[in-house]
Design a protein around this ligand. Sequence first.
Ligand code: SAH
Length: 262
Amino acid sequence: MTAEPSPYAFKMGELVLLIDPKDRRYLVTLEENGSFQNHAGSLLHADLVGVDEGSEVATSLGQGLRAFRPTLSDFILSMPRGAQVIYPKDIGPILMMADIGPNMKVLESGVGSGALSMAMLQAGASIVGYEIREDFAGRAKNNVTKFLGEEVLNRYQVQIRDCYDGIEETGFDRVVLDLPEPWNVVEHAASSLKPGGIFVSYSPSITQSVQTTHTLKRSGFGELKTTEVLHRGWNIAGTSVRPDHRMVAHTGFLTRARLLHQ
Ligand code: SAH
């Protein structure tokens, strides 16, 4: 009698995150005849098939690797990137500030590597993405489907367009931007958002947020807020309980506003 396969076990074709004892992380897609290699030996993909998530497996040289299904955050940090991605630290707050949820119609520009797109799609939104670079648009679509599956393309439509030239469609619930000159999109956002619709822009430099804020105030937006998110990790080990020695001091500023009914 053969045992029932465990419902938690990895299958061929799945994404698996392998973590070594030094917390180095490797993302693999399980393939027939595939193998994983690092300085500490190799591991056949087939040896992961049938293994329960959360297990430790050993490489040919006996190094232990912990195997999990990657979270969205794991995937974003290890996926192929062309453009600089927005990091999970800021993506979480963007989802709240822009109030992203099922059936929200979102205009996103630029899509870059698709990190923010993935989080908004995972939250249930439908996205029209404007991206000027065809190669980035292609990579974003690859990343998005690799993590969320092909079906998500029903809700993810990327167009090769310059967002500064205008937004063609109307009736958007949300406009979410990661662009060098977001103020150039404010007037377009005002005419394509529903009243009460939310505008969120991520910018690395505060002068970009200042210019965007001034333009929003002149263009019929209210409820303005600019926020910076700081995360400080803590080390908890025995009697040593203290903040981490290093932290990411800066990524970007988040500016949010709502379209007023005129
Ligand atoms: N938020 C993305 C990263 C975006 S990087 C992520 O999380 O992965 C900024 C992107 O904006 C780049 O891909 C760039 O090609 C695109 N871009 C720059 N100017 C643009 C414009 N005027 N219209 C549309 N896309 C633009």
